[in-house]
Design a protein around this ligand. Structure first.
Ligand code: ATP
Ligand code: MG
Length: 439
């Protein structure tokens, strides 16, 4: 993308109403624009990151055997009356009446809708296990939307739903999602800690929140320091195998948010390993058995010919919240430092003298070479001062910068800068391509 033709409304001003650094940086880099309390327009740069995160989440869901679909944002009240949650959900649910006076709502989550899909089409245990997911906008009329996209009212969530014949199978599905989540957050450059959680309005008895540590996090969290060094299960994990060991490895450590915190248990950890910090919830998984299948009559036939309510779990990832969460974890005094896996562009190409014919020719060629190598490239061929071009590139945080100037051209090299380490090297363009590829 040529910057002169792109839409990147960066701004120098730190917005007064943005309390945390991720919100400030998202506004300064022109990633989002607030339209109302907790409601945002995703401008091109923000939209790219949102899509890249969505894609990583999708790949890991698919790898774990989940199947993608798409449910609507607007739902009929009837299904929620069936499950009993239409009254229970309270003021967070945005209720709407259509022109025929029908009660509708903007979906805050999708357990009811998916249970209805399941009961319509699945009749036999032979179709199980089944895991269906989508990534769709949700609306929750949060009492205090704040911190930008981290606590919005309209937000993008990936939610998956598992269906199994027995409770034991249901727990195996839960374990698959547990491991898939660890791999997902690892690919996003985050250390997410699974913590025992309260189940809230979703219900059930088994639940973990995935929390990333950040000073600006909304929850107080407590955990064992040793947990932070555990590697993710890895992309070669066999999702058809028994994953209870992988899960147990992590759940034996103490880890809880303030809601579930037990001071006596925490005190049993050696003091030097006690981490008491703040965290951001980026994912939440639940196993709730027959909480929805029973009232909604979602049953399957067993091998013996009987009929039982299906065992269900649900699994959410806050895709739009992650954009803010990742910036909280990945920034410095000059701006954002994107992990390469989800950077809006992998490479920022800067032409130092766009008016110089030789420089612009070499820079144009480099642009074509980088694109042909498969990179997303933002090519700054604008006619601004080099200083402001460098600052803008640092601010938007692309992992690599390649700078083309007359001196380098004389020596047959480009300047390659790693945004995270600040390290600069003068190398041939081919070498730079290799280094960016290696990440
Ligand atoms: P919270 O405790 O933060 O209010 P929740 O427990 O109500 O979240 P879940 O129902 O577990 O949320 O939703 C799954 C995921 O969706 C959460 O882990 C979070 O990442 C994301 N999420 C929930 N509410 C919001 C929101 N208001 N804005 C942005 N993301 C959200
Ligand atoms: Mg939650």
């Amino acid at each position: 993308m040529r910057l002169s033709r792109y839409f990147l409304p960066v701004s120098k001003d730190v917005p007064a109403d943005a309390a945390i650094v991720s919100h400030q940086l998202m506004l300064r880099t022109g990633m989002v624009r607030q339209n109302g309390a907790g409601i945002y327009t995703w401008l091109p740069l923000g939209h790219r990151v949102l899509q890249k995160i969505e894609q990583v989440v999708r790949e890991e869901m698919d790898r774990a055997g989940a199947i993608e679909m798409l449910m609507p944002t607007i739902q009929q009240a009837e299904l929620w009356q069936e499950s009993g949650r239409y009254e229970d959900y309270g003021k967070e649910m945005l209720r709407i009446t259509d022109r025929h006076d029908r009660d509708m709502l903007f979906g805050p989550t999708n357990e009811e809708l998916i249970t209805d899909v399941f009961r319509t089409y699945v009749k036999s245990y032979k179709a199980l296990p089944l895991n269906l997911y989508h990534t769709q906008w949700k609306f929750r009329d949060e009492i205090r939307p704040r911190f930008g996209v981290m606590r919005g009212r309209e937000f993008l969530m990936k939610d998956a739903y598992s269906f199994d014949l027995t409770e034991e199978d249901g727990r195996a599905s839960y374990n698959r999602m547990f491991c898939a989540y660890l791999n997902t957050f690892d690919r996003l450059g985050l250390t997410a800690i699974p913590m025992q959680a309260d189940t809230g309005p979703i219900g059930g008895d088994l639940s973990h929140e995935f929390i990333i540590l950040a000073e600006t996090g909304e929850s107080a969290v407590f955990c064992d320091k040793d947990m932070l060094d555990l590697p993710a299960p890895g992309l070669d994990l066999d999702f058809d195998s028994d994953l209870s060991g992988e899960v147990a490895k992590r759940t034996t450590y103490y880890a809880a948010t303030d809601e579930m915190h037990d001071e006596t248990e925490f005190a049993k950890i050696p003091q030097e390993r006690q981490v008491s910090a703040r965290g951001i919830e980026v994912g939440h998984i639940f196993f709730f058995g027959t909480k929805y299948s029973e009232p909604m009559n979602a049953t399957v036939q067993t091998a013996e010919g009987g009929s039982v309510p299906v065992q269900m779990g649900s699994y959410g990832i806050g895709v739009s919240r992650l954009v803010g969460g990742i910036i909280e974890a990945c920034h410095d005094e000059n701006g954002i430092v994107w992990p390469q896996s989800i950077a809006p562009f992998e490479v920022g190409l800067i032409s130092m003298r766009p008016k110089d014919e030789t420089v612009s020719k070499v820079a144009d060629e480099a642009y074509e070479t980088l694109k042909a190598a498969g990179f997303d490239v933002l090519y700054d061929e604008t006619d601004e001062r080099p200083g402001s071009k460098f600052n803008r590139m640092d601010l938007i945080g692309l992992p690599w910068q390649i700078i083309i100037g007359p001196r380098g051209i004389e020596n047959g090299v480009v300047e390659l800068k790693n945004r995270k380490s600040g390290e600069k090297s003068e190398v041939a363009l081919e070498k730079a391509v290799e280094m960016v590829k290696a990440g």
